[in-house]
Design a protein around this ligand. Structure first.
Ligand code: GUN
Length: 294
């Protein structure tokens, strides 16, 4: 079985991005800039934001983090976003989710200039993706990372059946639409399953490429997978494990031990899809910079 090594690919990709950033710096004195806004003190979000800023610096991009109090009003956040929309040194704007209850996440998504929406959450970007205008849009980082992995591992997709389990706006919907596109790395027949699907295994067993984005530890078991399938695990779930030092560990949505015995290729957790997400955020930020300067 082929282990799809997202950690390695993300490191390769980041060094490729660094070369391009260095070229821009040498040619113009300018580099891409990403601004991340975090509202409140959610510990998991703080870790994500710190990692995003660190990776930005590693590739030579500029990064800044704006920390706003948990009590911030929606208007104050929207006003900050408008300021960043008008700042020519900011090429990417990311508002870390989840947001406190008083703030409407969709209003925030709509306020970000689609040309700086490196998360790919704005309806203009998702709409362009659905319509196949990929050259002008930003693709949500996790599905985009999966596309990059399939491409770099030369996984045959054309005419194959891809089953996506999960229908979130951030992963499931953009993922299914990417796999449907007339692209070299996609061109699949696509099925989407979700929490109201009757008999999910009857669909997953038909998958040549199975993408699990459910958010439930070990949901996909060996009896749900066709022998020889390519299995992509988007899940990041923390489970109790007294045998570890911290008392817990990260697992995916796929039962790795059972499924790896019959899959032809598979992403591990950790070290599969996860590391690709930040790398694609940086790729989107560089893309935004290049569009703005061309
Ligand atoms: N929270 C968890 N993942 C993400 C992400 O990719 N983007 C944003 N904006 N918030 C998140």
């Amino acid at each position: 079985m082929l282990i799809i090594d997202g950690k390695k690919v993300s490191i390769d990709l980041k060094s490729e991005l660094k070369v391009r950033v260095d070229e821009h710096r040498a040619a113009t004195g300018k580099v891409p800039g990403l601004t991340v806004i975090i509202v409140g003190e959610d510990p998991a979000s703080q870790v994500y934001v710190r990692n995003k800023a660190k990776s930005c610096k590693e590739t030579g991009m500029h990064s800044s983090v704006i920390e706003m109090e948990a009590s911030t009003s929606e208007e104050a956040l929207l006003s900050k976003i408008r300021e960043l929309n008008d700042d020519p040194d900011v090429h990417g704007i990311l508002v870390q989710q989840p947001l406190p209850k008083q703030i409407d996440e969709f209003a925030v998504t709509l306020a970000i200039d689609p040309a700086k929406d490196v998360d790919g959450f704005h309806p203009e970007n998702l709409g362009r993706l659905v319509m196949g205008h990929l050259d002008k849009c930003f693709v949500s980082c996790t599905p985009y990372g999966i596309l990059e992995l399939l491409g770099r591992y030369n996984i045959e997709t054309k005419g194959r059946h891809c089953v996506v389990v999960g229908r979130s706006n951030i992963v499931g919907k953009p993922m299914a639409n990417l796999m449907l596109q007339k692209l070299d790395a996609t061109n699949c027949t696509v099925t989407i399953c979700h929490s109201a699907t009757k008999d999910i295994p009857s669909y997953t067993r038909q998958a040549d490429i199975l993408i699990a984005a459910i958010g439930k530890a070990g949901f996909i078991t060996a009896d749900m997978v066709k022998p020889g399938a390519v299995v992509i695990d988007v899940g990041i779930n923390r489970i109790d494990d007294p045998s570890t030092k911290s008392g817990s560990r990260l697992v995916g949505d796929v039962d790795y031990d059972g499924v790896s015995a019959l899959a032809s290729a598979m992403t591990p957790v950790p070290g599969g899809v996860g590391p690709m997400t930040i790398a694609m955020l940086l790729k989107n930020t560089l893309q935004s910079f290049e569009r703005a300067n061309n």
